[in-house]
Ligand binder design. Structure first.
Ligand SMILES: N[C@@H](CCC(=O)N[C@@H](CS)C(=O)NCC(=O)O)C(=O)O
Length: 216
C-alpha cells in the first residue's frame, strides 16, 4: 500500500484546510503535530521538516515535501480531479480561483507572521498598535474579497472548492468571524455552509472546534 500523506500541522492552524481537503478526497493521511509558536524547542523540532519553522507542510506519498498552504491545496485539488475541489484549468472559474487562492495566502495569511509584533517592532509599548493595524489590514482584505466575489452556494459557484475550505478556516483567525461577517457580509452564508458540512463535522470538532463564543 502507498504511504499515506503526512500533514505537519496543528489544530486551528493553516493545516486544517489541508486536512479538510484530504478528508473530502477520502485520502489516507496522518498528522504530525507541530506548534512552532509554543517556543524555540518546538520551532527547532519543525526546522528539520520546514527550515522556515512554519506549518503547514505536506509529505506526499512519493516522499516529496510541500510547504505553502495555497500551493498544497491547489495541488491536491488538481491531482485528484474526481473530487471536484477546484475548477479545472480551462474552466471559466479558474482565473478567479487562482486569484483568490493567492490573495488569501499572500495578502492575508502571510501577515500573521507579525501576529508576534516583536518580530518587527522593538518597543513593547508599540505592540498593541501594530496588532490593531494588522487586524485592520486583514479586515480590509476580506472586505475587498467580499466586494468583488459574487458567490453562489459556494465562493466560486455551486461546487465547494478548496478556496471555501481555506476561507472558512482563515476567516476564524483574528480579527475573527464576527468582523468577517461585518466586512464581507456577502461571503457569510458560504462559510457557514462549510462550517455545517456534515462530511467535515468530525474534523472541525477535533481540529478547530466551534466552542461557545468561537465567533468572537
Ligand atoms: N506562507 C505560509 C504561512 C504559514 C504560516 O504562517 N503558518 C503559521 C501557523 S498558521 C506558523 O507556522 N507560524 C509560526 C511562525 O511563523 O513562526 C503558508 O501559506 O503555508
Amino acid at each position: 500500500m502507498a504511504e499515506p500523506f503526512i500533514v505537519y500541522g496543528a489544530s486551528a492552524s493553516g493545516s486544517v484546510p489541508i486536512e479538510a481537503t484530504l478528508t473530502l478526497l477520502n485520502l489516507p493521511y496522518r498528522v504530525e503535530e507541530h506548534a512552532p509558536w509554543e517556543g524555540k524547542q518546538e520551532a527547532n523540532r519543525l526546522a528539520r521538516i520546514n527550515p522556515l519553522r512554519q506549518v503547514p507542510a505536506l509529505a506526499l506519498p512519493t516522499g516529496e515535501l510541500m510547504t505553502e498552504s495555497a500551493a498544497i491545496l491547489i495541488w491536491l485539488a488538481d491531482a485528484y480531479p474526481d473530487g471536484r475541489l477546484a475548477p479545472g484549468v480551462t474552466d471559466p472559474a479558474r482565473p478567479a480561483f487562482l486569484r483568490w487562492m493567492t490573495f488569501v495566502s499572500a495578502a492575508i495569511y502571510a501577515l500573521y507572521w507579525i501576529d508576534d509584533p516583536s518580530r518587527i517592532v522593538e518597543r513593547e509599548e508599540d505592540h498593541a498598535a501594530v496588532k490593531a493595524r494588522l487586524f485592520e489590514r486583514i479586515a480590509h482584505c476580506w472586505a475587498r474579497m467580499g466586494a468583488e466575489l459574487r458567490p453562489g452556494r459556494y465562493l466560486l459557484g455551486d461546487d465547494v472548492s478548496v478556496l471555501d475550505l481555506y476561507v472558512a478556516t482563515a476567516s476564524r483567525w483574528s480579527p475573527g468571524r464576527r468582523r468577517f461577517y461585518e466586512v464581507a457580509a456577502g461571503l457569510a452564508e458560504t462559510v457557514r455552509r462549510v462550517d455545517a458540512d456534515p462530511r467535515l463535522a468530525t474534523l472541525w470538532a477535533e481540529r478547530f472546534p466551534f466552542t461557545p463564543g468561537w465567533e468572537r
